[in-house]
Ligand binder design. Structure first.
Ligand code: HEM
Length: 398
């Protein structure tokens, strides 16, 4: 194994599975670049970290999104994703109800209508970039509805989300990119503060109003925490679902047999989505920091070590999943860690599953098949998410 491989290098990022199989076998807890982080690759060790937040703190995520050159800071650094109990427990309690399966089912008919109209539009154009159309538009609309944001702002969400997630991975010498990302963060801060102002004056039926009311009723939350919350919801709700939608489309375009099975039996769609989540892990990893010297997988980690929890690897662990590298939508047994586990388990999982199921159902109803432009997939590079950067497809009408 090469010394400290860079996990964002094209050789690994474009096809990470052979690399992680080797790590699981030979060095399941080992240092990688950037930053000499400790990559944890076996399912068992990943689960141990997620279940022991007192040993593995989420606050270690902050430096990864807030590099020294970013003077204004990154609002997502003040969000619950990057907090430990008791602050995390207090803030998470404020949104649990809104994001439960019954909570998000209120959005079902809106999301179904949106998915159907996006497919109709794609069919009218016939050849489209799936990422630019369905993958971006559906989660943007869902998040506008959920957060009570003006739908006309949706086209900006992408650049906001990119700004939040890319600041940690760009080269500090790239001054042009730095300026672009800073402008994106400023624009996002400006608009979200505007939404907070508006909802203070005119309460609505949305998450922003819920949060402001929780604060008014003593649910202690600072202005920074409030803004961090909105930014996290927006970014977490957009970026990951965007990637998952793209990965689902890639899977059916490249595997006509899977498409045919889904067309014949639509009740298989939720199982298909779960297997895409396991197989591809759109949320590749998360970050923790050790709060004390700790042993993991036979390796002694010093206090303050940055640990990269690799869902992408745990979800293909051969000791947990039979034929781990085979796509099997009828798989039963251990659920994947695609949405994490433990106290930070994804609050948006019911919403993400709903969006992707409705998008697939709309495509299956209206299309005979999806044909992908031949050639290798160009993958996007972001700190923890992975999916196709572009996905040119032709939609053949049913
Ligand atoms: C395919 C879609 C999605 C995937 C794969 C995904 C994945 C994840 C994962 C792995 C975590 C845990 C991170 C950790 O332990 O550090 C997480 C947390 C979170 N997700 Fe998602 N997510 C998705 C969609 C969404 C959506 C649609 C929303 C919101 C509308 C959302 C909101 C959140 C929030 C707020 C957290 C932080 C929870 C906490 O810290 O307690 N996610 N997500």
């Amino acid at each position: 194994m090469a010394d400290k491989p860079n996990i964002y290098s094209p050789e690994i990022w474009n096809d990470p599975h052979p690399f992680y199989s080797t790590l699981r076998r030979e060095a399941p807890v080992s240092q990688v670049e950037p930053g000499g982080m400790w990559a944890v690759t076996r399912y068992e060790d990943v689960l141990y970290i997620l279940k022991n937040p007192q040993l593995f703190s989420s606050e270690g995520f902050r430096p990864a999104v807030q590099p020294a050159w970013l003077e204004q800071g990154n609002p997502v650094a003040n969000s619950l994703l990057m907090m430990d109990p008791p602050t995390h427990t207090r803030l998470r309690a404020l949104i649990t109800r809104t994001f439960s399966a019954p909570g998000v089912s209120r959005l079902e008919s809106y999301i179904r209508d949106s998915a159907e109209s996006i497919v109709a539009d794609m069919l009218a154009r016939r050849r489209v970039d799936f990422m630019e159309t369905m993958a971006l538009t559906l989660p943007s609309r869902a998040m506008s509805a959920l957060l009570g944001l003006d739908a006309s702002l949706a086209p900006r969400f992408r650049s906001w989300a990119d700004a939040v997630t890319e600041v940690g991975v760009i080269s500090p010498e790239d001054t042009q990119k730095r300026a672009e990302l800073v402008a994106g963060l400023d624009d996002m801060r400006h608009h979200l503060n505007g939404v907070l102002e508006l909802r203070r004056r005119e309460p609505g039926n949305d998450v922003v109003t819920d949060l402001l009311q929780a604060r008014a009723q003593g649910g202690v939350m600072s202005d920074d925490e409030l803004l961090g919350f909105l930014v996290l919801l927006l970014v977490a709700g957009l970026e990951t679902t965007y990637n998952l939608l793209g990965l689902c489309a890639l899977m059916v375009a490249d595997n006509p047999d899977i498409w045919a099975r889904l067309k014949k039996d639509r009740t298989l769609v939720p199982k298909f989505v779960e297997e895409v989540l396991r197989f591809h892990s759109p949320s590749q990893s998360t970050i923790r920091t050790t709060t004390q010297e700790t042993e993991l997988g036979g390796v002694r980690l010093p206090k303050g070590a940055t640990v990269m929890v690799q869902f992408v690897s745990a979800n293909r662990d051969e000791s947990v999943y039979a034929n781990a590298h085979h796509f099997d939508m009828e798989r039963t047994g251990v659920p994947s860690l695609a949405f994490g586990q433990g106290i930070h388990f994804c609050v948006g999982a019911p919403l993400a599953r709903l969006e992707v199921r409705l998008a697939m159902e709309a495509l299956l109803a209206r299309c005979d098949r999806l044909v992908r432009e031949p050639g290798p997939v160009k993958w996007n590079v972001a700190i923890t998410t992975r999916g196709p950067a572009v996905l040119p497809v032709e939609l053949i009408p049913a």
